[in-house]
Design a protein around this ligand. Sequence first.
Ligand code: BMA
Length: 872
Amino acid sequence: MKHIHKHYKLFALLILMIIGFSSSTSAQEITYFHNWQFRQAGTIKWYDAKVPGCIHTDLLQNGLIEDPFYRTNEELLQWIDKVNWEYKCSFRKPSTRSSDQKLLLVFEGLDTYADVYLNGRKIHSNDNMFVKSEILINQEFLKDDNELSIFFRSPVMTGLQKMQEYGLPLPADNDQSEKGGMGPNKVSIYTRKAPYQYGWDWGPRLVTTGIWRDAYLKIVPDLKINDVFIEQGEITDKSAALTASVELQGVSGNDLEINIFADGKNVAGKSLKLNSPEVLKKENGVYLITLPFTISSPKLWWPNGQGEHPLYDITVDLLSNGSSIDKKTVKTGIKKIRLIRNTDKNGETFYFEVNGKPIFAKGANYIPNDVFPSRVDTAKYEYIVASAAQANMNMLRVWGGGIYENDLFYDLCDKYGILVWQDFMFACAMYPGNDDFLKEVASEANYNIKRLRNHPCIALWCGNNEIEQAWAQYEENRGWGWKQRYNSSERAIIWKAYDTVFHVILPQKVRELAPGIPYWHSSPSAGMGKLSSHTNTSGDMHYWGVWHGNEPIESYKNYRARFMSEYGFQSFPEYESVKNYTKPEDWDIYSPVMLAHQRSMIGNKRINDYLAEWYNQPQSFEDFLYVSQLLQAEAIKTAIHAHRTDRPYCMGTLYWQLNDCWPVASWSGIDYYGRWKALHYFAKEAFKNQIITVDQTNEKINIYGISDIDKTSEASLRINLMDFNGATLWNRIMTVKLNANSATLLTSIDLKKLPALQHKTDALISLSLFRGDKIIDTEIHYLDKPKNLKLPFPGLSVHIRQKPGKFDIEITSKSLCKNLMLISEGNAYAFPDNFFDILPGETKVVTVTTDLSYDEFEKKLSYIHLQQACTH
Ligand code: BMA
């Protein structure tokens, strides 16, 4: 992964040395395959392949294509998804130790239309990227040396065929079919495959194929543990009542015994026979046994910022005639979650309660980290989830146009206390309702709910992204104009498919397989069957008035919601990132290359228009990229502050979007290479448990104290009105009360009553909330938009102090320095703080960890600030 950002690799390596990952271990023996090869079907030559992987990364690795992310290379690679591909490998017959053992061929994910052959005999066919395949191998088919081969049919051509068979083209606005050479044929929705790979308004169209998750042979006992689910009952300080549901598969006439261990301590045991009445017999030789147990003085799992995130190892040991035949360990955390939808005077609440405590959800929407998800390594996963936690987030929404993430992602969310709002993978489109399709939906729900249900991070399963809103079944004149394209019988067919998937199959599966986890049928929604899918008074809300609706940024303050699950604002990656995928001649946002990396039709126009409202014109291309990030950060900060100030009416704020899947102009706060944009630094401040927010309307300023902690406490608030050279015009210190889990109006200021304030354009209000010598939060409030401010040139002096393994960068500013961005050339290291203001006469110290020499460090360090980027 030549593009991947060096600083997250170093960071994650350190963490991985300390902590191991595995949410589930088993005694079953696993053998991975080696020597995978691939070729285009119908050609002769085989090339080396990597598994897990995909066709695009294999072609790239073999030098057969250029980097798909560089300049406009994506356009040249559209042929790849139109043809068929073959993968093969050979393996020696594994030695099973006894006749009681069986051999399973496991594919944790085949992407997508795949026929699997063993020694030329077809043994399996796959139609869904989101399921695991376990194929029992008849050992008679095995020779000493065996060949496993997989024929992957083109996902788009097969999709086209399925669309023709269905006979009803369905809306899928984000499917960039024209770019993919498919004309108007939006075939993505007929295939259970990651929607975003067909293009999105932040993603390229690169529809890949391949063995995208692990593939291996597994020797399993005749009777094996298929699955272990730890269901949670009543939880008190004294004890947690849990039940282990153990799924066995196979045959056995012997006396069995099952023992349960919690962190190594035997907590339950049972002797049984498979034919005893307490064993629930299911299809295909599957048996379900439940064993209740308790954990005394349980350590509860809390979201980030609300407590610890302890995990328990629960081991199930299966014995036959006194000896262990299979063992499985799962990790889980003890946590109760409820989605509280109570009628109140305003409508209906929408908030999460964890272990009995209402939680204000703070976070972002998450998309896959790469358009080729198989190449996202452990380090990148850890970097992204840790970045969310460092930004004081407690929730990510795994958005429905991507993938059900790898186990590792949820392990990390467990570890960092990040709640996951988990969408099923359906987004911004209508889907077919034929039997084959519905069967795939049910099986992917089955597999993924079971796979993820022990993770304490899972907060909610949600049917889809924006489909209820787009179709708007209940109101003729709302929606995205889709239903108007169909006659009444077609409409009935399309709605029935929707109704079956999102109101029948998926909620049933969640109820059955993950009892206790809430299901929400669509995001956003006012509630099922409610007339409008978009109201301010109930359900969750996607507010795109700012940006898509071109409303002023201040509208974030007026537009209320019970739970803001989406809102967003675009920016460009910084110059150091843009240099990776462009040449100097591309350095104009309207160049073909930059436009290929801006997938929103309105993106550049919106950025330009809002920028002109707020900032003076940036001087250079590099300055423009930087200012676009400031604009985005200020916009989203405005929204987060408004949503938090509206607590408890509003109980959640998740902006669109955390991350990127390739280098692009987008709504993300972290770019593809891992660089934090200004937004992510601003979000880190805005999501702290206790903050000050300032709301200015004309001449009046309201100052609020927001607290997401349980204790009401007193603090001191210092308010300092100063000019940009540091002269104090007015100040005040007061004692304030920060109410527990509330937004409290601390004080108001009438600007007209401050005679020293001559012009709003040359003064600022510096606020500091503190207790003793502990600063709780600081805030700098400007009385006018940045373009109107009469900013002096700051007069910076920068000193670098070397310490073992790190450097302190000390920056002193004579007068105000606005939005100083430190830059690390070639991304040699990361900054813990950036894009900050320095008050007149103040010194800011930023400590950077790196093993660079002093000279190299100094050479790679540079900066930019607003005064420099936008001179009047
Ligand atoms: C939201 C998402 C995405 C989209 C984003 C920006 O509604 O659900 O579909 O990428 O808007 O337009």
